[in-house]
Design a protein around this ligand. Structure first.
Ligand code: COD
Length: 298
């Protein structure tokens, strides 16, 4: 398993160059990240959006798009539908969100007839590199499933585990986190955690080692888990954190970025292709690394 996010670029380079369709590509940071990925030779973009705006930004950042396919669709919703269509037609293998709201793009992706569903749940997976942890740390689901039930959480874990498998970790350690380590019937997330852990123990869920409920301190720190007398194969060496809901995951995601000195790469899994769906607050570096992650696992 890779130890640094920069190694995603090497993994992507080992593979065939992937075509990436960018929905509403007229965004400064998105085009910078695409330019960087093109320079590293890991993707070939198709830019869908307002051609005048895209050309203007490209010129400003010194990105030569004369040889890049540009589809002029200024309307953001129609641009999203077109980018999804390019994937369906096999003309691109990664989808990326540009300057369009998450809801608009996801609706195009989820469209029953024209979207990119393959029967699985779609969910968001972020991989963090932080100076305060000894390896890459996954966090899910900070962007898609608002209030996942038990079966949704199993789908979310499966999607994230697929990312770890794709990056060379055949058996990632998963912590289902919340506020406590004990099961409290009044706290539904602890009941979900206990059920999923037992399903893993009984091999109903395979390809990973799951433990929960755990609080975040015990999940990431061996010392904290020992202080609390927790016996766990996951505590202190976790690869992936499953948060109880979108709020918990999103707060963790942004705290890691803004308070924890971390950098993230993130994708939506569970659709026919990986989807790069970074938010406006993410840096160009994070957007670039997310493209590299999608190319590495596509
Ligand atoms: N995976 C697969 N299918 C799904 C999923 C999913 N995660 N979510 C919804 N669907 C399917 C449903 O089964 C249904 O058939 C159809 O899509 C529509 O479902 P709705 O009506 O529940 O969904 P929408 O269209 O109202 O909203 C779906 C969103 C993903 C847009 C919604 O869940 C959402 O707003 N999520 C949060 C996005 C967000 O604000 N993120 C912020 C952080 S960046």
């Amino acid at each position: 398993m890779i130890k640094q996010l920069s190694s995603l670029v090497d993994l992507a380079k080992d593979k065939r160059k992937r075509k990436i369709a960018v929905a509403s590509a007229g965004d400064h940071h998105v085009l910078e990240a695409i330019a960087n990925a093109v320079a590293k030779d890991i993707v070939e973009p198709i830019l869908v959006g307002d051609k005048n705006i895209i050309r203007e930004i490209a010129e400003k950042i010194g990105f030569d798009i004369s040889n890049i396919e540009l589809i002029n669709i200024p309307d953001k919703q129609l641009a999203s539908i077109k980018a999804v269509e390019l994937i369906k037609e096999g003309k691109a293998e990664i989808l990326m969100k540009g300057l369009v709201s998450t809801g608009v793009l996801l609706k195009a992706v989820l469209d029953k007839e024209h979207g990119l569903r393959k029967g699985a749940l779609l969910s968001h997976v972020a991989l963090f590199e932080t100076p305060y942890y000894h390896k890459l740390l996954g966090v899910t689901d900070a962007a898609m499933n608002v209030n996942p039930d038990l079966m949704d959480k199993i789908g979310i874990i499966k999607n994230a585990v697929e990312v770890f498998h794709g990056l060379g970790n055949p058996n990632p350690k998963v912590a289902i986190v919340g506020s406590v380590e004990t099961i409290n019937p009044k706290m539904e997330a602890t009941m979900h955690a206990a059920t999923i852990s037992m399903m893993n123990y009984r091999k109903q869920i395979t390809g990973c080692i799951i433990d929960g409920p755990l609080a975040i301190d015990g999940a990431v720190s061996k010392a904290a888990s020992e202080l609390k007398n927790i016996t766990s194969d996951v505590a202190g060496d976790v690869d992936l954190i499953l948060a109880p809901d979108i709020d918990g995951a999103n707060i963790l995601y942004k705290s890691m970025n803004f308070l924890g000195g971390a950098t993230a790469a993130a994708v939506i899994m569970g659709a026919k292709v990986p989807i790069v769906l970074t938010s406006r607050g993410d840096t160009e570096k994070s957007k670039f690394l997310s493209i590299a992650l999608a190319a590495a696992i596509a």
